[in-house]
Design a protein around this ligand. Sequence first.
Ligand code: PXP
Length: 239
Amino acid sequence: MTRLSVNINKIALIRNARGSNFPDLLKVAQDCESFGAEGITVHPRPDERHVKFSDIPLLKQVVQTEFNIEGYPSEEFIKMVCDNAPKQVTLVPDPPGALTSSEGWDTLKYRQELKDISTEFKKHNIRVSIFVDPSLGMVEGAKETGTDRIELYTGDYAHNYDINKEEAIAPFVSAAKLANKLDLGINAGHDLNLDNLHFFYLQIPKLLEVSIGHALVVDSLYYGLKNTIQIYKRLLTNY
Ligand code: PXP
């Protein structure tokens, strides 16, 4: 089974635009769950333009499914994650000010740092996932950090899907096979959408979770949040 974790950053972005609590992020998170989401993902960035650090303890109280906090492991981020103990933390190498995450970790260069940080999270019983490009070397490097899972950065897949989907998926299949062999769980995310998700799901062996935000929120404008979540979930089956 592949879980759908809904990234609610874009909902927070809309809320922040008016400086009030509308839409109510907690209610949207709960509604996503009641509509079928199997996880809620947030990615607090240092400038807090999306989810704010102060949202985290409140979300932790209401989220009943899997709570996943993503982000760059600054001291502030590490402390906030340990204090709130989500089910999963996803480490992303996006420096402060980045528009979005656009690449995975160099797990060889940062192996020791990632190992130390993973150890700290595991002491708090938090599952660790490390965002990586679909490169065999980076997957091997991730294994050495002691992480539980990798999250495959799917931006390049999404970009190349329309040109040649077999070529686009090939490095992801190789990376996933290696991850399975190394007993690393596999998550994936970035730019997954209604067009490219099902093929990704069919091709990747033992895909545990996808986190999807931008396209899902945009699709909700047309189809409504409930329908959209249910359509995405259906794409994660062999229907
Ligand atoms: N995974 C990671 C690590 C991310 O940084 C993001 C974007 O915040 C996503 C998944 C979701 O990407 P998208 O919003 O394109 O679905």
